[in-house]
Design a protein around this ligand. Sequence first.
Ligand code: SAM
Length: 332
Amino acid sequence: MPCTTRLDVGLVLFWSDFFDAALTLPFDVADVALAPPFAAAFAALCTVFLVLIAPPFSGFLVAFFVAFFVAITTAFYGDGPKIPSPSSKLVGNRSGKRIPPGGRLRYPRSSMNAPMNAESAQNRMVEEQLRRRDIHDAAVLDAMRRVPRHKFVPVSLESDAYLDMPLPIDEGQTISQPYIVALTAQALGLKPTDCVLEIGTGSGYAAAVLAELTKEVVTVERNPLLASQAEARLRALGYTNVTVIVGDGTLGFPDRAPYNGIAVTASGPRVPPSLAGQLAPGGRMVIPVGENAWAQELLLITRVVNAAGETEWREQNLGPVRFVPLIGKEGW
Ligand code: SAM
């Protein structure tokens, strides 16, 4: 059954604060994992420099640098939980960065294993991370308040579920930062009668948020394990309007097209033509696009029919982001 089409044509004029969007950058899981080695390498370099260049002061300065880095890493990074999967995981396979088997992620000490009152943490997340930025759509804020993010992260990370950052899930993937999920949902401008396609199910969290806002969500995940975990989670939470498909999401899911909204949660080098073709007239797509693994732009693409009756795809830049790669025929 094709989804209902939406004919309201036009762009949502939407401000995306550069610095808010850029908040995804320092909190990428790869950075979190690599922070201590970088700190150690920097400390080693400083030590070598001081011993070679400033011998008279080297003893004092080396001691100072060692104390400084110990203080910094102890204050800001506590021993994190083990990565759930026992095997070596790729965090963004184009960058080739690996977290070793049993490697530890570092998290702000303040958050570690703190007893969590999910409801108040969730309300605080909505107020501080979303409303204080540029998320003003009441339906989106309500949806973000309703979906229990702590049910979509590994058990060991439950107490970190409402932090302002993406978190690792199985298979070397991530659950997106809450702000990015809300920003995407808001930019799509969804209605309760809409049908939405999500590419990159991951944990299923964004699919649940979209399911709160629309009639139907089809979500495609290339990794069968993540797809089955997400499906089980969504069923357990009572989401009956989400269909999880295993496959190459760069090709979309033509069986249920056209879609009023498409949310792509992994970044490719360009907008996949198959996805653009599955947008309904007036439909919107949010997709991170970029030439490298480190920086992409979050684009809002709107399919419009111009005065001459021709189809056009208008583009608006929502700001800089960093996502895991979109791997497939029309991706990387
Ligand atoms: N939306 C997810 C959530 O709420 O947890 C986060 C998604 S994670 C950032 C990106 C996901 O895209 C990964 O699970 C990855 O396996 C998936 N992915 C990458 N390329 C894909 C493709 N061609 N088709 C479907 N899924 C893909």
